[in-house]
Ligand binder design. Structure first.
Ligand code: ZN
Length: 63
């Protein structure tokens, strides 16, 4: 799946093998912003800009 970084607009490509059903925080490797991804039936439902603190609290951070 592909996510557009809400902070810098960079296209983040996530490998389906690793991230096909991944829900949670994704770090933009271009600008370092943390994006919270929510899925619905394997498709991206929403992407929200979040902070590293908020993401770490959910202990799902994958950087
Ligand atoms: Zn970015």
């Amino acid at each position: 799946m592909k996510i557009n970084c809400l902070s810098c607009g960079h296209n983040i490509v996530l490998e389906d093998e690793s991230y096909g059903d991944y829900e949670g925080a994704i770090k933009c490797y271009a600008c370092g912003a943390i994006l919270e991804v929510k899925l619905s039936e394997g498709r991206i439902k929403s992407v929200n800009l979040t902070s590293i603190d908020a993401a770490a609290k959910k202990s799902k951070l994958r950087v």
